[in-house]
Each structure stands twice: as structure tokens, then as C-alpha cells.
Design a protein around this ligand. Structure first.
Ligand code: PMP
Length: 367
């Protein structure tokens, strides 16, 4: 088994795995219960919140724990636009994750005006185009930090400079960047940001919405007053405690682990880039994501061949794997139909080895 789909999700880090039983056994009181056992849970939750905040370079009061980045994106964007009203326009990159693109499409149906930022052939948003879309009615801009299919790093700082002093909410889906590169939300003028822990060797079904506590958002659900009265429901305490451990290890070992993954990636790229039928997509990429097309090999046959050889990769993103029409990200980058339909995403992680990459290279050469 060679798991090369780390942008879809990762396996737990051993330090997280080791803590599961203890956390589930000992910590089960509801953090909202007023007895001392409940207060113990509350203290553990708030300790985790403080450390998560520190590791994300934000303040604990700006954190809302959610069920993952899909919820964080929905809560932030719907919450903001509902609070701002339909007079305010939404600007969104054309290569956002489906949890944003499908949401803004729904908002369009509900009467909101949505404008889409073009991307260039390398999967980077066109800043001049963005500039032309901004006007006095712009209420929200949403651009991801790193694209999940191509790995292209987006010019977050430049966007933030462009809108400085304007009353525009800036949302960033930072799922594919956190734990790989440092991000300073306050310095970058980011008003809200989504993260998901299962992409950084933590548990699935838990995420963070960072949103400055003075920003008004309309609630998506009604219930108790948990999470600043913005996200009701008993907190997912066990997963939050494990998520905190995962993030802490990721941040404290980021330099070392990123270097390790980069070396594996450079080795892979060096060995396949000159092959006749291979084309590598995107530029200015994060170290762990590589998107290539193999000329003449449709993913419908390519993926099963790789699977039979024990290699697990994706065609596009996992969230779009039900789609047979091919990746909208690659299409928006201007790739031909053939290239789109013959492209795979290989995403590496800290648990991969050079031997696995050698095996992948030999299988690709065989194909
Ligand atoms: N945004 C991006 C960029 C992603 O890669 C993902 C995961 N596929 C999500 C959002 C959704 O995250 P989650 O699985 O936690 O809902």
C-alpha cells in the first residue's frame, strides 16, 4: 500500500493515536455542566483552544470549533453575507473548494451577486481581474491560501493590500496551508479563515473557523450558547483535544517535516519531469501536492491501474470524485479536455518514504 492522497486526508500522527484511549476514557463530562467534572472538561477545552490559537497565530476568543472546514466555510460566508445583506456583492476565486463554490452558487440562486476571479494557466488568481471586480458594493472576497488540486499558493498578501481600508470582509480557506507554511492571519488582514485537522494528521470531523469576535455573523443553527453563541451543540471535546495535539506537533515540527516532504517531492519531480508523456501542472506550488497528466491515459483507466498496483492517488479532489466531467480547476486553468481527463493528483505526507516514491516512479514509467 502506497498512500499518496494526503491532500484528501491523512493518517493520524502516532502521538495522536497514542492519546485516543486515555482521552476517551477520562474525559467525558459535558463542558457546559456546572459540576466539577464538567468544569474539568471546560478547562481542557479552553486549554486546547488557547494552544490551537497560539499555533494558528490568533487569539483564543476568535476561534469557533466546527465539524471541519466545510462547515467553517459555510458558517463564515453565509453568516457574513446574511449579516451584510443582498446589496453587497461576493467575489470568489473560480478554483475554490466545492464547500465554497457550491455555497456561492446557492447564494446566487437566492439573489446574491457573485463574481468569479479568473486564474492563469498555473492556477494562480489574476490580480488585475480581481481589481476590476471590486467596487463600492463589494462585501466579501473569498480566496483559498493553497489550491487542493494543484497546490498553487495564492497571493493572499497582495489581495489584502488591495482591499486595505475598504469595508470588505476577506475570507481565506487555509486548509491546505496550515501545518505546511506559516500563516499570520492578523498581519495578512484576514478576517476569517477555515482549517481542518484531518489534513494535518489529526482526526476527521473537527475544524476551526477563525473569525474576529467583533464581526457580526448570522447563525446557521439555533440551540445552546456554545462557541460564542455562534455554533450551538455540545462541543466535540475528544476530537478537539486530539486535534490540538496534532496541530501542536505539526507546527513545532513544520520546518523539519516540510523539508522532508519537499525532498521527496523534488526527487519525484526530477525523475518524471522529462518523461515524454508527462505534463506537470501549476507553478508556485506547496511542497506536498503535484498534479500531472499522462498523455493518452484517461483517469477512468489510470486510477484503477494505479489502485491495482497498490498506489492510492486522486483524479482531481476527493470531494469531486463522483464527478465524471473532469476537474473544474484544471478547466479554469485552460487545460485541454484530454489533459483534464488524464490528470492525477499525487499528494505526499510525512509518513511517505523514498522507497514508496521509487515504486511510484517505476509504475509511472511502466504506464
Ligand atoms: N477546503 C479545502 C481546500 C479542502 O481541501 C477541503 C478538504 N477536501 C475542505 C475545504 C473541506 O474540509 P473538510 O473535509 O474538513 O470539510
Amino acid at each position: 500500500q502506497v498512500y499518496l492522497d494526503n491532500a484528501a486526508t491523512t493518517n493520524l500522527r502516532k502521538e495522536v493515536l497514542e492519546k485516543i484511549t486515555e482521552i476517551y476514557e477520562k474525559t467525558y463530562a459535558n463542558p457546559s455542566s456546572v459540576h466539577s467534572f464538567g468544569r474539568e472538561s471546560r478547562a481542557l477545552l479552553e486549554n486546547a483552544r488557547n494552544r490551537v490559537a497560539k499555533n494558528l497565530n490568533i487569539l483564543a476568543k476568535d476561534i469557533i470549533f466546527t465539524s471541519g472546514a466545510t462547515e467553517s466555510n459555510n458558517l463564515a460566508i453565509r453568516g457574513i453575507v446574511n449579516a451584510k445583506g443582498k446589496d453587497k456583492e461576493i467575489i470568489c476565486s473560480s478554483i475554490e473548494h466545492s464547500s465554497i463554490l457550491n455555497l456561492v452558487k446557492q447564494l446566487e440562486l437566492e439573489g446574491y451577486i457573485v463574481k468569479y476571479i479568473r486564474v492563469n494557466e498555473n492556477g494562480i488568481i489574476d490580480l488585475e481581474h480581481l481589481k476590476s471586480l471590486i467596487n463600492e458594493n463589494t462585501g466579501l472576497i473569498t480566496v483559498m491560501a493553497v489550491n487542493n488540486e494543484i497546490g498553487s499558493i495564492q497571493p493572499i498578501e497582495k489581495i489584502s493590500d488591495m482591499i486595505k481600508g475598504k469595508n470588505i470582509h476577506f475570507h481565506v480557506d487555509a486548509v491546505q496551508m496550515i501545518g505546511k507554511k506559516e500563516l499570520k492571519p492578523y498581519e495578512l488582514g484576514i478576517d476569517s479563515m477555515s482549517i481542518s485537522f484531518h489534513k494535518l494528521y489529526g482526526p476527521k470531523g473537527v475544524g476551526v473557523l477563525y473569525i474576529k469576535d467583533n464581526i457580526e455573523i448570522k447563525k446557521a443553527f439555533y440551540g445552546g450558547e456554545q462557541e460564542r453563541n455562534k455554533r450551538p451543540g455540545t462541543e466535540n471535546l475528544h476530537s478537539i483535544l486530539l486535534a490540538d495535539i496534532a496541530l501542536d506537533y505539526a507546527i513545532n515540527n513544520m520546518e523539519k517535516e516540510s523539508k522532508y516532504v519537499k525532498e521527496l517531492m523534488d526527487y519525484l519531480v526530477d525523475n518524471i519531469k522529462d518523461l515524454e508523456n508527462i505534463k506537470i501542472h501549476g507553478e508556485n506550488r506547496i511542497d506536498n501536492i503535484l498534479n500531472i497528466s499522462i498523455k493518452g491515459k484517461n483517469i477512468q483507466m489510470l486510477l484503477p491501474i494505479l489502485d491495482m498496483r497498490g498506489i492510492y492517488v486522486s483524479g482531481g479532489s476527493a470531494c469531486m470524485s463522483g464527478s465524471v466531467s473532469g476537474s473544474y480547476v484544471l478547466k479554469n486553468m485552460g487545460l485541454s479536455e484530454d489533459e483534464v481527463m488524464s490528470s492525477i493528483r499525487i499528494s505526499l505526507g510525512i509518513h511517505n518514504t523514498k522507497e514508496e516514491i521509487d515504486y511510484l516512479i517505476s509504475v509511472i514509467k511502466g504506464i
